[in-house]
Design a protein around this ligand. Sequence first.
Ligand code: NDP
Length: 788
Amino acid sequence: MNILERYAAMDYGPAPESRSEADAWLKAHDFSKALFIGGKWQAAASGKTFSVFEPASGKPLAEVSEAGSEDVDAAVKAAQKALPAWKKTSGYERARILYAIGRAMQRHARLFAVLESIDNGKPIRESRDIDVPLAVRHFIHHAGWAQTLEKAYPGYEAAGVAGQIIPWNFPLLMLAWKIAPALAAGCTVVLKPAEFTPLTSLLFAEICARAGVPKGVVNIVQGGGETGAAIVEHPGIDKIAFTGSSEVGKIIRRATAGSGKKLSLELGGKSAFMVFEDADLDSAVEGLVDGIWFNQGQVCCAGSRLLVQESVAETLIAKVKARMGHLRLGDPLDKNTDIGPLIAPVQLERVKGMVAEGARQGAECWQPASDLPHTGYFHLPTLATSVAPANVLAQEEVFGPVLAAMTFRTQEEGVALANNTRYGLAASIWTENVNRALHVAPQLKAGVVWINGTNMFDASSGFGGYRESGFGREGGHEGLYEYLKKPSGKTAYKPIPMPEPDKEVGSASFIDRTPKLFIGGKQVRPDGNYAIPVTDQKGRIHGEVGAGNRKDIRDAVSAARASKWGQATAYNRAQVLYFLAENLSVRAGEFAARLESLTGTRAKAAQAEVDLSIERIFAAASLADKFEGRVHQPPARVVTLALNEPVGVLGIVAPDEAPLLALVTLIAPALAMGNAVVAVPSQRYPLIATDLYQVIETSDLPAGGVNIVTGASAELTDVLAKHDDVDGLWCVGDSDLCALAERESAGNLKRVWTNSGLALDWSGDGELLEDFLRRAIEIKNVWVPYGD
Ligand code: NDP
């Protein structure tokens, strides 16, 4: 036997991690008092407990107290009580506490890792080298944000009490992603870990007490879905942060609608792992091991769809199969283990069921001839080929070690295939051609794109999805906004009522005009062919606008989707907006007169509204090519480009107050960032908007960039909110209209911003514009490695 043959014949010996410390920790704890509320350990008021099992053996680990609504209420009250002092605590002091937490976690890193592997089943190599160090880094990174908060986020304050609900796949890491930014921002928290994996959160709570976290700042309640729902519905919660399934994400979107709670959702994915023919195939195979078999594939951003260019498909699939044959299934505490057990029997059955269904739908499912351990919920790594794009394995999140492979011929076809999903969490691009990689990355509808890599995370770089993968970002500069708010007024927004039209009094002083809808760059009649009179304050009719309906909104959305506006360069967008301001200024007198006669405002105020509207468009133009992304330098040989991308097709429902100024304050930043807009103008004063489209028509805006549908706000908002091809919705109105927009948007989880039923000051300074610019973008983090 030569040396190479000897290597090939060698097998791994066991390399077990000791569990004695973790077992001693488990033994020393009374888990029937596992609710950490107001700095004290408590049993559930009901006395109920639930069982926690070890996935590798199926043996019980602990009987943990289960929080009911009474306990959640106590936790929220403790968080509310602690909030004023924590908010007032200086940034430096909060930073010291976050730093102390990070350091204490580092000191107990091995215990955290072993407990996590016992509780979740993930291989110790992963919990030790990935989960725990990343969690520590999150606290230390956010210590910095705590100290610099006032300078970095002027005008913002803590959002309040944060309710945080996390899943079982990264129990400690998700806890860190939730708690670190919340504490840095000055929020207090009530966190619920998943029922399957409560252990490391308990160790974390102990560390909080030791690190000097004031009582009530961090509260941890254990329990299942009902406990989570009690947090979501509690009126004392100001912000909900959720990670989990898209299904529950949608339930939470509906449940929080109209409540004024801030919401961020980090949901499922069906991420593409694209391999081009010029990729280093061996690296790509190792990437796949991390992409889909990391944590048994129970990863929201798992590269579960392998898209490989046809010319290298056969070679790559052969290499993947050979590599799969070497993946080692077994004890999570063995340092040689690649794949541990799934979390629970229910998950194992779900994965098996989906593989069987995928096969029934025509996929060929291949597994290596590896042995399954005798105990635990193990599933063999599985490769599905001949997968049709509509196959369940190509469309649904399996959340298991199952890879669905498909081929593409051209780059365009590859991009189309990658985007053929309702999700949009992450994607990997494998190519040795950096030009190609940086060309493809912006075309992928995903919040994170890894080039020649996968599953890279860092506290400095935001993480979060497009589309039904949820909204909001965790980590990085953008992640802090999720826990901050601007102080708002308390005055309720009230729509301006339309007086009964005086049918006797018309205005025949000029030629009759028929304002139409503005769709796809053309003036069109409303589909229903009905008209609505528009009156002044005294009931005199000033004109009649089209009563837009469902069909008109659908046409407008199609026109927006087809618009070339999103492809315009930032400089080009700036020029068009400058031109729009210029053209509006030419007709300033006319607009002021219209405002004066319609709204009854005084001439000076009307002129001021027009002037400010022009200034605001000018300001949006000036920032179109300056409101740019950032570059992060995570602690690895990689740079992360945080790119600002347009949200896409944006519905905008404008208020009655300041009918011109509010409309342009909403539309101009949306356009500046490259969004195509479907606007529903003020229901009371729509003639302002129909005058405006004449200005838009002369300003070189490509067809479909702005579409205007006049009509009943509530009816049109409902259509926009339910429309699956609308990516975002901004709605200004009373509390009923805002609740409707939020509730009905749950279908495709579009990004919704509303005024929460409160009156806004549209004459506010430049900050208002910046707020809308920020809402007009999705941040995509593109990870670019360097070095050989
Ligand atoms: P869930 O979305 O049900 O659970 C996530 C968290 O939300 C858990 O803490 C859960 O509690 C809690 N929860 C459940 N129902 C509600 C509710 N109505 N209101 C508030 N909180 C609630 O995921 P599952 O654990 O049931 O997993 C099911 C599937 O979801 C997986 O197979 C996978 O496909 C996907 N998933 C995706 C994740 C991701 O990161 N994208 C993470 C986890 C799952 P508890 O678990 O304690 O009952």
